[in-house]
Ligand binder design. Structure first.
Ligand SMILES: [Zn+2]
Length: 110
């Protein structure tokens, strides 16, 4: 090893994970902090875990629930159609009137 070109070596550098796992390792920095390690990585644990450092999952779930709530209040085509069919079913005299109109030929046809 040349005397001046190498960084300072810490043989007992503290390695700390966000999950709480810690161990010592040889490194050029005295302390290392990581978000995931072999004790909590899904590849090693076999469990699914969402790394949500920027709260993206939380934001997405909030947005989806907001959209669902808005869809419940909104009156779209589907809701209007259902309402109209219910109104038609309750008014039987109107159906009879419609039948009478369909039997009589329109004056403009001839
Ligand atoms: Zn970990």
């Amino acid at each position: 090893m040349k005397p001046t070109i190498h960084p300072k070596w810490y043989p007992d550098a503290k390695f700390t994970c966000a999950c709480g796992h810690a161990f010592t390792v040889g490194a050029t920095k005295p302390e290392i902090h990581v978000e995931i390690c072999s004790h909590c990585h899904p590849f090693y644990t076999g469990k699914q875990k969402l790394m949500d450092t920027a709260r993206r999952v939380e934001q997405f779930e909030a947005r989806v629930s907001k959209q669902a709530a808005a869809a419940g209040i909104r009156k779209g085509k589907k809701a209007k159609r259902v309402k109209a069919e219910l109104r038609k079913a309750s008014k039987k005299p109107k159906l009879e009137r419609e039948e009478g109109l369909s039997k009589a030929p329109p004056a403009s046809a001839k």
